[in-house]
Design a protein around this ligand. Structure first.
Ligand code: NDP
Length: 296
C-alpha cells in the first residue's frame, strides 16, 4: 500500500482563507478587527523565526498584530505587568507568550496570568481543565490542527483506536483529550511504555509527538492506519541539514493508509490554528457566532 499524503500546507492555506474571509466580514459588518499580541522574551533564534512568521500570517489574514520583544533580562514583574496590560486591552483578543522563556522566568506563572479567554495557545490551567471536562475552551494549536486533518480525512472518528505517542502538556495530552472528545478509544504511550511497537500496531490513528527523529517505523504501523507526524527534528544527512519527523516516512508510507509529511504536514496547521483561535476568541469576546469548522 502507498499511503495518501495528507497535505497540511494546502489544508492550512484553506484554513487561513476561511479565517481571512471571516475577518473581512467582521470588519465590514461590525467594524471589528481581531488582534493578536505575541510576546517574545530574549533572543532565541528559533523563537525569533516563529514570531516573525506569526506576525506575517496575522497581517496576511487581515488581523492586527501586536509584537512585544523584550530583553532576556526582563524580570517576572515586568512581564506580568505587560500581560496585565494586554489582558485589559480591548484591541487584543489573543495573547501568545512564545516558549521557552528564559530560565529565570516561571513559565507556569506567566501562562496562568493570561486571561483564559485570550489564551490562544490553550495552555492556561483553566483551558486545560475545560478541555479535560469536555467544555468550551481554547484548544492548543498543534493538536487542533491534527484533529482538523483527521476529521477531514475520516469524517467521523468514533470508535477508532487512537494511539498518541508522547504525553507532553503541549501536544500529547491535549491531542488525546481531543480524540477522546471525538469518541476514539485512546491510548497514550510514552518513554516507559512496554512494547511500543505492539501498542502502535493497534492504532487506526497513530499520532507521533516524541521529538526523536524517525523513531516510528513502518513495522510499527497497522496496515491502512492514518499516521500524523507532529515531530520536527533537524538532522544532518549526507552532509546537509534536513528536517525530519518522528516517523520514518518512507517505511511508514508503504503500510499506512494516509500520512502527514514533514515538512508540509502538521507544521503549517499550527499557525493556521493560532489564527483560527484568535478569531474564535474575538467572536466569543463580542458575543458573535463562532466561525464554523475552526474549533474543536
Ligand atoms: P516533549 O519532549 O515535551 O515530549 C516528548 C514525549 O515523547 C514525552 O512524553 C516522552 O515520554 C515521549 N518519548 C520520548 N522518547 C520516547 C520513546 N523512546 N518512546 C516513547 N515515547 C517517548 O515534546 P513535545 O510534545 O513538545 O514535542 C514533540 C515533537 O513535536 C517534537 O519533535 C517537537 O519539535 C514537535 N512539535 C511540533 C509542533 C508543530 O507545530 N508541528 C509543535 C510542537 C511540537 P516521557 O514523558 O515518558 O518522557
Amino acid at each position: 500500500m502507498t499511503a495518501k499524503v495528507i497535505d497540511g500546507k494546502a489544508f492550512a492555506a484553506r484554513v487561513r482563507g476561511q479565517v481571512a474571509a471571516h475577518v473581512a466580514r467582521l470588519r465590514e459588518e461590525q467594524g471589528i478587527t481581531p488582534g493578536l499580541a505575541v510576546v517574545l522574551v530574549g533572543e532565541d533564534p528559533a523563537s525569533q523565526v516563529y514570531v516573525r512568521n506569526k506576525h506575517a500570517s496575522t497581517i496576511e489574514v487581515g488581523m492586527a498584530s501586536f509584537e512585544h520583544r523584550l530583553s532576556a533580562e526582563t524580570t517576572e514583574a515586568e512581564l506580568l505587568a505587560l500581560i496585565a496590560r494586554l489582558n485589559a486591552d480591548p484591541a487584543v483578543h489573543g495573547i501568545l507568550v512564545q516558549l521557552p522563556l528564559p530560565k529565570h522566568l516561571n513559565s507556569d506563572l506567566v501562562i496562568n496570568s493570561i486571561d483564559p479567554a485570550k489564551d490562544v495557545d490553550g495552555f492556561h490551567i483553566s483551558n486545560v481543565g475545560l478541555l479535560g471536562t469536555g467544555q468550551k475552551s481554547m484548544v492548543p494549536c498543534t493538536p487542533l490542527g491534527c484533529l482538523m486533518m483527521l476529521r477531514d480525512h475520516h469524517g467521523s472518528l468514533a470508535g477508532l483506536n487512537a494511539v498518541v505517542v508522547g504525553r507532553s502538556n503541549i501536544v500529547g495530552k491535549p491531542m488525546a483529550q481531543l480524540l477522546l472528545g471525538d469518541s476514539c478509544t485512546v491510548t497514550i504511550a510514552h518513554s516507559r511504555t512496554k512494547d511500543l511497537a505492539a501498542v502502535c500496531r493497534g492504532a487506526d490513528i497513530l499520532v507521533a509527538a516524541v521529538g526523536r527523529p524517525e523513531m516510528i517505523t513502518g513495522d510499527m504501523v497497522k496496515p491502512g492506519a492514518t499516521v500524523i507526524d507532529v515531530g520536527i527534528n533537524r538532522i544532518e544527512r549526507d552532509g546537509k541539514g534536513k528536517l525530519v519527523g518522528d516517523v520514518h516516512y518512507h517505511s511508514a508510507a508503504e503500510v499506512a493508509g494516509a500520512i502527514t509529511p514533514v515538512p508540509g504536514g502538521v507544521g503549517p496547521m499550527t499557525i493556521a490554528c493560532l489564527l483560527a483561535n484568535t478569531l474564535t476568541a474575538c467572536c466569543r469576546a463580542k458575543g458573535l457566532p463562532e466561525p464554523e469548522g475552526l474549533t474543536a
